[in-house]
Design a protein around this ligand. Structure first.
Ligand code: PMP
Length: 384
């Protein structure tokens, strides 16, 4: 059975062009800290990759980019490294109620260690409540973290407006751009961003690499001391293959973003218009301000895990709730934050499109969803 993969937010295949470009470094590369030529060649490759990340987000210069091992690691360094380094400026941190768990958990950890941690509510479409943001910010708020776009409901946040409010009252704005980068343009200078997280795999790069943008002059410290690689912020011998791959993935994604996002947007809109025709089916997230490759829904009376398994029988892979926390049976904190009741939040389905998808697949997907929903509803004890 042909596979129709609709879960790109969980894992993307590596672009074969990226693999071919980075392959020599997987097989053999020196240590960039070694002074002989073989080591310095690896250093040049890393710096070349750094320039490509700079281009993707219009950063000021190469020194602003730190390579890490994942988006989770970038989020941790950004939040904990900035909070600890600027402890004298205040001990308050803020995030949106729908940020990723790799932002919320480091903040909870700070809370255990004496920081005040608050979350900013969102409206029913997932847009940050700007008046609440203004209310919760104080002069002691050192880090405010708001995601560029949400991975579960696709909503894009008004980052520039958020940045103005944060800088008016608080200190630094960290933005998790894992879901948004490569899909919509990001400009850290125009958007007024102090720290920004990127993930390699979300750009069709190899897994095991992330990047953190740190605005020039921002004070930040290491959370994992060691040999001092990556400006002392991410010690450990560099993984050249994934770093080089991430840079090349960023370059290709940037070049192709307009065309690819427009292509996926048409498929997304067709999926949405067809799927919401099913009885008691609702779009989750913002109808317009949403990622071009993202379609997410909730179905009354049925449950996401069963939807996922039923769709898999058609050879179609989708996600339910947060891909990263679907091991737990807890309803997604994102769906609860947009105001859904527990039982409503359980019936969610997330589709994230990518290179392998095309318009010809839509009919099969829509048919599979329709049959799945009606089969599960026949079995549902929730329907009277
Ligand atoms: N932030 C967002 C918005 C995510 O969707 C994810 C998961 N893809 C992460 C952070 C964490 O990424 P990783 O598990 O690769 O560290």
């Amino acid at each position: 059975m042909d596979r129709i993969y609709l879960d790109h937010a969980s894992a993307m295949p590596i672009d074969t062009r990226v693999f071919e470009f980075a392959k020599p470094y997987l097989i053999d590369s020196g240590n960039p800290s070694s002074l002989y030529e073989f080591g310095q060649d690896a250093k040049v490759a890393i710096e070349d990759s750094r320039r490509k990340i700079v281009d993707l987000i219009n950063a000021e210069n190469e020194k602003t980019i730190i390579f890490t091992g994942s988006a989770t690691e970038s989020n941790n360094i950004a939040i904990r490294g900035t909070a600890y380094r600027n402890i004298k400026e205040g001990k308050e941190v803020l995030s949106s109620a729908i940020d990723h768990i790799s932002v919320i958990n480091p903040m909870k950890d700070l809370q255990k260690n004496g920081w005040i941690f608050n979350t900013i509510p969102v409206d029913s479409n997932g847009i940050i409540d700007l008046s609440q943001l203004e209310k919760l910010l104080t002069k002691n708020t050192v880090v405010t973290s708001i995601m560029y776009a949400n991975n579960e409901i696709g909503t894009i946040e008004p980052i520039k407006e958020i940045s103005e409010i944060v800088h008016d009252k608080g200190k630094y704005l960290h933005v998790d751009a894992t879901a948004a980068a490569g899909r919509i343009p990001i400009d850290v200078q125009k958007d007024g961003i102090d720290l920004l997280t990127l993930s390699s795999n979300d750009l069709y790069g190899p897994r095991g690499a992330g990047a953190l943008y740190v605005k020039p002059g921002l004070k930040i410290q290491s959370i994992m001391p060691g040999g001092g690689q990556e400006r002392g912020l991410r010690s450990g011998t560099e993984n050249i293959f994934v770093i080089v791959g991430m840079g090349e993935a960023a370059r290709i994604t940037k070049n192709e973003m307009d065309t690819e996002s427009n292509r996926l947007l048409k498929i997304r809109d067709k999926l949405i218009s067809e799927i919401i025709k099913i009885d008691e089916t609702y779009l989750t997230g913002h109808p317009k301000k949403r990622l071009p490759h993202h379609a997410s829904f909730r179905f009354s009376y049925i449950e996401g895990e069963s939807i996922l398994l039923n769709m898999d029988m058609y050879g179609i892979q989708i996600a339910t709730g947060s891909a990263c926390s679907s091991k737990t049976l807890e309803p997604s904190h994102v769906l609860l934050a947009i105001g859904l009741k527990h039982e409503e939040a359980h019936g969610s389905m997330v589709m994230t499109l990518g290179h392998s998808n095309n318009m010809n697949q839509v009919q099969k997907i829509v048919k599979a969803v329709g049959e799945t929903v009606s089969r599960l509803r026949k079995l549902s004890p929730l329907i009277k």
